[in-house]
Design a protein around this ligand. Sequence first.
Ligand SMILES: Cc1cc2nc3c(=O)[nH]c(=O)nc-3n(C[C@H](O)[C@H](O)[C@H](O)COP(=O)(O)OP(=O)(O)OC[C@H]3O[C@@H](n4cnc5c(N)ncnc54)[C@H](O)[C@@H]3O)c2cc1C
Length: 794
Amino acid sequence: MGAPTPAGPVEYCDAVVVGSGFGGSVAAFRLAEAGRSTIVLERGQAYPPGSFARNPYEMSRAFWEPKDDLYGLFDVRSFRKIEAIVSSGLGGGSLIYANVLLRKDERWFVHDSPLPGGGYEHWAISRDDLEPHYDAVATMLTPQPSPYPDLPKSRALHEAAGKLGLESFAPPLAVTFAPPGGEPAPKQVIPEPPYGNIHGLARLTCRLCGECDIGCNEGSKNTMDHTYLSAAKHLGADIRTLAEVTAMAPLDGGGYEVTYTQYGSDPVDEGRRSRSSRRIRCSNLLLGAGSLGTTSLLLRNRVSFPGLGRALGTRFSGNGDLLAFAMGARAQDGSGRLIDGSYGPVITTAIRVPDGADNGGSGRGYYIQEAGFPEFANWLIEVTRVSTSLRRSTSTAWELLKHRFGSRFESTISAEVARVIGDGMMGSSALPLLGMGRDVPDGKITLRDGELDIDWTSATSMAYFSSMRDTMRAISDALLATFHDSPLWWTKRVITVHPLGGAPMGRHVHEGVTDTFGESFGHPGLYVVDGAVMPGPVGPNPALTIAALADRGVEHLLSQPKAKRPAPNAGAEPSPTSSAVPEPLIEGDGVRFTEQMKGFLALGEVDPVTGWQRARQLGHRFMFELTITVPDVERFVDAGDHPGMAEGYVRCELLGGRLPVEHGWFNLFVPSAEQGTREMRYRLWIRDLSGAPVTMSGYKMVRDDAGLDVWRDTSTLYITLAKGHVPPGDDGEVIGAGVLRILPFDFAKQLTTFKASGEGKLGSLASFGRFFMRSLRDIYLTPSTPASRGGQDD
Ligand SMILES: Cc1cc2nc3c(=O)[nH]c(=O)nc-3n(C[C@H](O)[C@H](O)[C@H](O)COP(=O)(O)OP(=O)(O)OC[C@H]3O[C@@H](n4cnc5c(N)ncnc54)[C@H](O)[C@@H]3O)c2cc1C
């Protein structure tokens, strides 16, 4: 989505926090508590109790896709081999999560654990490092096991685990079941904490309706909006919703500038939202936009952050998520067994299967939990049994007709209606099973044509998934139920609700994007405080670990000397001056042709050949297609720098895909400082996806070395990428380098694109050709003389 041009004055604060999920909320609270002026930018809306969608109309609007005017809660993504569901709203994933807060198993902080495709999973922190932060988060979110151990679904899972000799337990849930000091009871008023409530509305205790994953309309879940964000606001944090960050850049002298789109209400069209672009400058920038959101922001703004390591985009994992179903559970006597998946909080029970790193385990460990569902899902499940429902409806309609027209009158038809509904056991005897654990974190997040893309496959984790499916099947058997894979698994795809990684921590810049505190290696003061920072799967549900890491990261930030606020105008990108924009040439008899060059470019390199070598290994391609126009050949030949104009596009996934050239310069056979050498020069002004200006400069060195090198010289372009729109004659701050080549086939195509314009079309083509050949002759066939090096002799 292209951001509108920033309007209005720039604001200043100590810290900007992007996103208000587990990481962002903890960070906002800790910063506000320390007296730092803090602005939280959350793209989604606030959801006070009672505002979550329930009816079909509301549900149809409950998705996040601003380009289609959808600003709702669920952000559903589909990639090649994996689907993901994340949330968009004040409180982030806590709004739709299942409340389970588990700590990462001590032995699952693995070290130098080899990955099948090369590389290592390495946790450079330990459980001990996180323990005080786990405690701090638990104090705020007050998790506790479900106080209803006798729910049918809880009993069923414990019982199945017992039969299989597996460890099962009731995991801590961040839900309020009882008023303070009272017994658990539904719909009791929860007293307001001293820091108040950000929504200003009363909350009620859990009514066991199984709706945790679609937003709790009672406010019983201790979500981030009711806890950390309410406290942060109380302490002075400025919390903004419908504020989507689109661009960010470091400032000269320290600090960062953040650009965001504020969605407002459209005064003309109620169904639409207005958009305005705003800017904030801050000393610290904390990214808490979630694994997908933060990685996407860093990739889109990569050009502005040349210090980010090669690990950006790596270590993606779905935390081993796998969904399956035990359908039609039966009691020992063969009758249907009531599981009642929609009665109770969504998750109440967990089974833990140990890992090879644990004593007595093998392979990669995992957890299996029941996944409850809202009451209305039972209806959906029943309705999906279309054939059975139809049969039941037809026979009931026949009975009703008999009543109406038969001899015996009867006004009570309840039994007939009940028959249409059937025994309702399809939904009530079903138990969805959600598995998660230590899959292989070898996924890679990139941008493809400007869209987020994830290269991940279940293949490298197949041993893990097979073991988990075997256990799920055994659980299903123990419940005398029928095991069903999720239909996605038929094509070996999974759906994750726990996307992790993308900006992982590491021991050094070659291993991670950040250090173990979440601070970026190359950009001091820039922190990643969300699931993106994980170097691998957490294993159990990850929210508590994300929150604890954020707590640890901000504690580290606060222990450092406080950075000065950025000064006004610090490092503002120079906007292109009119003198830097190429002068329009007077139209005369002109020539134009189209040229395509392809190659590789690496960020963080300044030497083209080194950059090309590294980029080739990494697969970082770069190409352009340019139409070069020489509007007046006569003037072109006479001018010392033989200038033309370049229009077209660049394609580079590192910069966000296909990017139009805003201004382009081309110079043919410009005498170089080196004797007997001329250069063909290219300079292109483009913008990366975030709108940050960058300049590609390139030269072909045409000189007579030993051997016949005319083809290599004229087909090899050495390029550099610089920050900003750098005018001709200036190198700018180089942030990347590489080499492009024209392939013989593309060159043959190029020859067919030569076109002339003006009165003397043929003449201009001929003059251009003559100039070209004469220049080559001068370079390759004429001994170097001062005359042959000059431009005016042409
Ligand atoms: C159905 C479901 C059930 C789950 N159950 C559990 C559970 O029981 N236990 C558990 O531990 N985990 C659970 N999870 C996972 C948990 O919700 C996530 O792991 C967690 O929310 C991730 O936290 P985060 O801070 O990384 O990001 P998020 O919580 O995803 O927060 C990111 C926030 O950033 C915002 N954002 C994104 N981009 C931008 C931008 N450009 N500008 C401004 N804001 C932006 C988003 O709108 C979002 O609010 C569940 C998830 C789902 C979907």
